[in-house]
Design a protein around this ligand. Structure first.
Ligand code: SF4
Length: 354
């Protein structure tokens, strides 16, 4: 458990900023009316902003829980994730005294990508008390992928988000009795500014797992995107206000943080992955070669991309060591006297989901 360097629970609540409301007219949200708030917490700035916004809006912290989906799973694959991310998320939760529950598809991204005449693997998720429950994977049809998710706004073609995050969360909600018979708010950090596709998301709507009409389940689940209408500046502003130490990937120059080897990486990002984690880069390049199908189908291999890019100049050995360490060694709140500064990746390379 990290020591609190400021008393977060004395933070004055603020009225929601009208400028931060989503675009189109939505059903008004009664934000304080939910029994449980589930924040999809990647450790990236937008998910951090969601947590801080809930607290600033007066949501009782004892009703907030963080859910982190481990893209590589927990069975030994290290293809896509930043090694430090799970520990960063755990440290954030500890610092804010929030529970965090990890979930993943068995074998993660790599197993799903390597399917060859096999069904999609089951999902595992943590429960309060520490038990890990496994669901699914028994009735799925055999299928073959043997290619990376393809760059697309479609979640069917770009299967990673659906199979490794969205479906994992849905399975964990549907299979937890404790979430029945109450109002639950799922909170995610997509922003309209990021892409045309994301601009079309509603800022508030029933969640895909909602079963409020079911007399047996009575599972009222809404989906809220509190930062949907925010600019990137507003997101950094809330991190600055709370003096949050951003994930080291931002400090090295990444503009978005989820997978280190995100399929949306541009030339400079691939060049930077190759410098920061050559083993990870090598695995991705190896798979591309074995499939005979690259991530950027029309645009050659990640090796070609890396050759044409330039590593971020703000990559330092100390930041690399922090990013590749599966333990988290820094404070979440910057210590007094240490100025909060915009990380090098802010407003920079925004390669990421459409
Ligand atoms: S960060 Fe990129 S590679 Fe990872 S799940 Fe999201 S879209 Fe896929």
């Amino acid at each position: 458990m990290h020591q609190l360097s400021l008393d977060i629970f004395d933070t004055p609540t603020v009225e929601p900023d009208e400028d931060q409301a989503g675009g189109a007219a939505q059903e008004p949200i009664d934000l304080l009316s939910y029994g449980t708030y589930i924040v999809a917490f990647s450790g990236g700035k937008d998910s951090v902003g969601c947590v801080l916004n809930l607290i600033e809006s007066g949501v009782p912290r004892e009703r907030i829980e963080l859910w982190h989906h481990e893209v590589d799973g927990r069975e030994g694959s290290h293809l896509m994730d930043w090694p430090c991310t799970a520990a960063y998320c755990q440290a954030f939760a500890d610092t804010f005294r929030l529970p965090i529950f990890f979930s993943w598809r068995i074998g993660g991204f790599e197993r799903e990508m390597l399917r060859e005449g096999t069904p999609t693997a089951p999902v595992r998720f943590e429960l309060p008390g520490g038990e890990v429950r496994q669901v699914g994977g028994e009735r799925g049809a055999p299928g073959t992928r043997r290619r990376f998710p393809q760059l697309s706004g479609s979640l069917t073609t770009r299967w990673c988000s659906a199979y490794l995050k969205i479906d994992v969360m849905a399975a964990a909600i549907r299979n937890q009795e404790r979430l029945r018979g109450q109002r639950v708010l799922v909170v995610t950090g997509e922003r309209a500014e990021e892409s045309t596709c994301r601009a079309n998301y509603a800022s508030f709507e029933p969640h895909r797992t909602d079963k409020r009409e079911s007399p047996t389940l009575a599972r009222h689940i809404d989906h809220y995107r509190p930062v949907h209408g925010w600019s990137e500046q507003q997101v950094w502003d809330i991190l600055a206000r709370w003096r949050i130490n951003p994930h080291p990937a931002y400090r090295m120059g990444w503009g978005r943080v989820s997978c280190a080897g995100c399929i949306f990486g541009g030339d400079d990002q691939w060049s930077s992955v190759r410098v920061v984690n050559p083993a990870q880069f090598g695995q991705i390049a190896h798979h591309e070669q074995a499939f005979g199908c690259t991530i950027r189908r029309a645009r050659t291999t990640v090796g070609h991309a890396a050759d044409h890019g330039t590593p971020y100049p703000t990559i330092t050995p100390a930041l690399v060591a922090e990013a590749l360490d599966p333990r988290w060694n820094e404070p979440i709140f910057l210590p007094p006297g240490v100025p909060w500064m915009l990380p090098a990746g802010a407003f920079g390379d925004h390669a990421g989901p459409m």
